[in-house]
Design a protein around this ligand. Structure first.
Ligand code: NAD
Length: 497
């Protein structure tokens, strides 16, 4: 019998907090369980930070700002981060094991995406900050002597980083990278579902010689736990979150006290638009990835596909064929494309949408259920990749973010209608446009009310570009020099000559 979790069970882990350069148990004395999404077995016991632990972490971060970290030149700081990036890459096997155990995602995906991007996030921002210029203005004055103005940036201070479980190391370092490059210190609250890689990163920080207190990790949940304690702590100067839109609302309320700044990367209900002039092979391959990668647990994923009517039937048939070829299974299973969802709770949520879609009259083109393996994986949190047609645009499965391996396909007749349908959402994170018509691509892309539009691609990211969402998908933009907006305070120096 297939025992998908055998290698995981061998290594029951205990994740402590990482505060001021040291691993420590939570003073709350509380621990919580982390279960494998692959077969439901217990894989880790995690220390849950109480108020006192969070306070200690924030104070350590503040002390480090005033200490050796704050005194480093930008170059010295960024050189340390470049070294950090290399050390993460050198320990990629350890990060890979940790990430795969927590998430159950295919090992190949984590090896090609999650871990290398986790390392790259430090290198990219170190390079950007090292090479940063400043604005300068020559200002005329009445006396003819003039004045000069130039901008300077300072770190914002202690940054609270709250991260999700879908791409744990990648999304956490996407915030810690720029935060540290800009000279801040951080207290990170990783998702309760994925505590491992954030904890492991503490070891590498110490190895590289990043001073104690610069990077701290507290574990726990959101409301009434470490997440809320961190966001309410007055010693935190700014809070950056990747998570659900309603979590953003809760954190914004906490941040209102003391008028602390926020940067939010939130949910999505992203559209793909396939025009009849698209290269069908490219559009199918891209939509298969955008709907099903990471079992649909990607904020940028496509859950609504609009296809120009002449291509509709053929597109549905081809996407079905592609979805049915995907291999579902444990991280190391041969040829596996789709792992489990993160937890039983999330599996219940996704299946509730499968149910709602059926009730609301969807045609289930493929999937709609739970795969049966006949082995230990049946205790995991798998669902089938699913395609629907025939739902009304105002139905819950079309309006709400599902965050599972599922998409709905609807036909459209005109470019105008496609733009209107794509924009008819409370969310505004990403969109993918499939067309071989250059003029159309340029016409349509800027009209989509989202943070990023891909044309004939998906999830192709240049980390120097602005990233974020509009509407309920976020506040602010991070990436490249745009990250300075949140991670620094800017002053103008005006000198009368
Ligand atoms: P989540 O909002 O449930 O949790 C995210 C983090 O917030 C976790 O660490 C959680 O413990 C913490 N948290 C929850 N409530 C809190 C509170 N009241 N105070 C403080 N902290 C709190 O999100 P998730 O389920 O982990 O991740 C999936 C969501 O993230 C989806 O909506 C997805 O679209 C979104 N996401 C967005 C992006 C993006 O770049 N826009 C990227 C990835 C994921």
């Amino acid at each position: 019998m297939h025992d998908a979790a055998a290698p995981l069970r061998a290594a029951l882990k205990e994740h402590k907090l990482f505060i001021d350069g040291q691993y420590a148990p939570a003073t709350s004395g509380k621990l919580f369980d982390k279960f494998s999404p692959v077969d439901g077995t217990l894989i880790a016991r995690v220390h849950e930070a109480g108020l006192e632990d969070v306070d200690r972490a924030v104070k350590a971060a503040r002390a480090a700002l005033a200490g050796p970290w704050g005194r480093l030149t930008a170059k010295a700081r960024c050189d340390l981060l470049l070294d950090l990036s290399q050390r993460i890459a050198a320990r990629s096997d350890d990060f890979l094991e940790a990430e795969v155990a927590d998430t159950g995602k295919p090992r190949k995906m984590a090896a090609e995406l999650d871990i290398p991007r986790g390392a790259a996030n430090f290198a990219v921002f170190a390079d950007i900050i090292k090479n940063l210029g400043s604005e300068f203005y020559d200002t005329p004055t009445h006396d003819g002597l003039g004045a000069i103005n130039y901008g300077v940036v300072r770190p914002k201070g202690v940054i609270g980083v709250i991260s999700p479980w879908n791409l744990p190391l990648l999304l956490m370092t996407w915030k810690v990278g720029p935060a540290l490059a800009c000279g801040n210190t951080v207290v990170v609250k990783p998702s309760e579902e994925t505590p491992a890689t954030a904890t492991l990163l503490g070891e590498v920080m110490n190895d590289v010689g990043i001073p104690p207190g610069v990077y701290n990790v507290i574990h726990g949940f959101g409301p009434g736990s470490a997440g809320e304690f961190l966001t309410r702590h007055p010693g935190v100067d700014g809070i950056t979150l990747t998570g659900e839109s309603r979590t953003g609302e809760a954190i914004m309320q906490a941040a209102a006290v003391g008028l602390r700044d926020v940067s939010f990367e939130l949910g999505g209900k992203n559209a793909g638009i396939v025009f009849a002039d698209a290269d069908l092979d490219k559009a199918i391959e891209g939509t298969l990835r955008s709907a099903f990668l990471n079992s649909g647990q990607v904020c940028l994923g496509t859950e609504r596909v609009y296809v120009e009517r002449p291509l509709f039937e053929q597109f549905v048939a081809r996407l079905k064929e592609g979805a049915e070829k995907l291999v579902i299974g444990a991280p190391g299973d041969p040829g596996v494309n789709l792992g489990p969802l993160i937890s039983k709770e999330h599996q219940r949520k996704v299946l509730s949408y499968y149910e709602k879609a059926r009730e609301q009259g969807a045609t289930v083109v493929t999937g709609g259920g739970v795969p049966v393996f006949g082995d230990a994986r049946d205790d995991g949190s798998f669902v089938e990749p699913t395609i629907w047609t025939g739902l009304a645009e105002d139905s819950a499965p079309i309006r709400e973010e599902i965050f599972g391996p599922v998409c709905h396909i609807a036909p459209f007749d005109t470019e105008e209608e496609a733009v209107r349908l794509a924009n008819d959402s409370e969310y505004g994170l990403a969109a993918a446009v499939w067309t071989e018509n250059l003029a159309r691509a340029h016409r349509v892309a800027p009209r989509l009310e989202v943070g990023i539009v891909w044309v004939n691609s998906w999830f192709l990211r240049d980390l120097r570009t602005a990233f974020g969402g509009s509407k309920r998908s976020g506040i602010g933009r991070e990436g490249g020099v745009h990250s300075l907006e949140f991670y620094t305070e800017r002053s103008n120096v005006c000198i009368k000559l």
